[in-house]
Design a protein. Structure first.
Length: 116
């Protein structure tokens, strides 16, 4: 399940949703397109979305490029550096192209996630 993450006015990032948390990944994919206003915490861009899913196969660690869902905040998260989640997340995919764009994202930017 390929996706595109657009940072309005800056560019596009590509990724895919995988099977580490298949229920969460499928629900996210079926709810696309989604948009929100970016928030930044360390090496993570995230924003609340209209999806409410509980923990599935959650993890308290992340790798660079992980696309995740954070159940307590109902948030879509992208980890692009060495930082770790504040609390467990459901990893649902990986960034495949243009991850370096995330270093340019600040708080308050419009992000649109869509199917490819």
């Amino acid at each position: 399940m390929e996706i595109e993450i657009e940072i309005l006015g800056k560019g596009k990032i590509k990724g895919f949703l995988d099977n580490r948390n298949p229920v969460t990944a499928r629900a996210l994919y079926e709810s696309l397109p989604l948009d929100g206003t970016s928030q930044v915490w360390q090496d993570e861009v995230y924003f609340p979305i209209t999806l409410e899913i509980d923990y599935e196969n959650s993890s308290s660690s992340s790798e660079q490029g992980d696309i995740s869902y954070w159940p307590p905040g109902h948030a879509f998260c992208i980890f692009f550096g060495e930082s770790q989640p504040a609390s467990p997340v459901n990893h649902v995919g990986l960034i495949t192209d243009n991850m370096e764009l995330l270093k340019e994202v600040g708080a308050g930017e419009m992000v649109i996630i869509s199917r490819l």
